[in-house]
Design a protein around this ligand. Structure first.
Ligand SMILES: Nc1ncnc2c1ncn2[C@@H]1O[C@H](COP(=O)(O)OP(=O)(O)OP(=O)(O)O)[C@@H](O)[C@H]1O
Length: 302
């Protein structure tokens, strides 16, 4: 992984997202109670919590799949309401779900440009411009520090971690403001997780996109996140920068059922699934001089 020390986020980094007092119930099931989160430009925020804590519900509200019962969302300084995922995308919020939505028997470069292919006219025919897509895909993956055998490989031949990186790369090709990653490390082994963590670390170093990283286990996040929001039973039990908290504190909160934001977090949380080991990554860093200041603006952008 990119092991360079990344300077802390500037204290005056603008707020790009504020979700305030969000509540959501599904019939008799209360999924979220007055949840507020705030995300700043370039920040990597981990949203952690046990099964059923409400993580997916919160990001589905942010992604436009669900509407909150109460609460407000302010994106880029203005209040927004997302009636659909399309609305959220139009506001620059991209979400990568666990299914990744890649087509396994297509090449990496075809997947990168799915639905937005380069085309060229040859003898009056409208053909795919495979050469250009290949070249652009390679350039883009290099910029993000993603290493794969070849952009010509079919996605099925890649490791789980590499596939996850391609899905993330495809999502950020459209230069979103906010990237939501839904459990990107789920079901990945140590080496595969390292690819993904390396990519997140590279994004964090560049600071042009803000990232919400949903994780069930929090053993890897201290290396790649600026801040942690810990959800428990539908409420935020802790909101702290990674520098100001520790794995030990999270474990203590889970065991005691108490959050720093008061005694709202109910007792009896299970520590199951909260593993303590940290994993090391190996993904490449972005070469000096190739770091874009406002994000990788490619020739073709949605
Ligand atoms: N569509 C739905 N209908 C009914 N209940 C739901 C629905 N979606 C979520 N829930 C309930 O809301 C609560 C929060 O679920 P959510 O999926 O947001 O938690 P989570 O933190 O993402 O959990 P996990 O890590 O297991 O995915 C749970 O009790 C869940 O059963």
């Amino acid at each position: 992984m990119n092991t360079q020390t990344i300077p802390p986020l500037a204290p005056d980094a603008p707020v790009v997202l504020e979700m305030t007092n969000i509540s959501k119930s599904f019939g008799a099931v209360t999924a979220l109670v007055d949840v507020s989160i705030r995300l700043r430009q370039g920040e990597v925020l981990a949203l952690v919590g046990d099964n059923g804590a409400g993580k997916s519900t919160l990001i589905k509200i942010l992604s436009g799949f669900h509407q909150p019962d109460t609460g407000t969302i302010v994106s880029q300084g203005k209040e927004v309401r997302f009636a659909s995922p399309r609305d959220a995308r139009a506001q620059g919020i991209e979400t990568v779900y666990q299914d990744l939505a890649l087509i396994g028997d297509l090449s990496v470069f075809h997947n990168m440009f799915l639905g937005r292919e380069y085309r060229k006219r040859v003898l009056g025919l409208n053909l795919l411009d495979n050469g250009k897509m290949r070249e652009q895909a390679q350039l883009y993956l290099d910029t993000l520090g993603i290493s794969i055998p070849s952009v010509n490989s079919t996605v099925d031949l890649l490791s789980g971690g590499q596939r996850q990186c391609i899905a993330v790369a495809r999502s950020i090709y459209s230069s979103p403001k906010i990237l939501v990653l839904d459990e990107p490390l789920a079901a990945l082994g140590v080496r595969e997780s390292a690819h993904v963590l390396g990519l997140i670390q590279n994004l964090r170093q560049q600071r042009w996109v803000s990232v919400i990283l949903i994780v069930h286990n929090y053993n890897q996040i201290f290396e790649v996140c600026d801040r942690i929001n810990f959800l428990h039973s539908g409420e935020i039990a802790l909101d702290a920068s990674t520098a100001d908290t520790s794995e030990e504190e999270l474990i203590r909160i889970v065991k005691s059922g108490l959050g720093r934001k008061g005694d709202r977090c109910r007792r009896g949380a299970s520590a199951a699934g909260l593993r303590m080991s940290r994993r090391q990554g190996t993904a490449r860093t972005i070469p000096a001089g190739s770091t874009p200041s406002t994000g990788p603006r490619m020739e073709h952008s949605l």
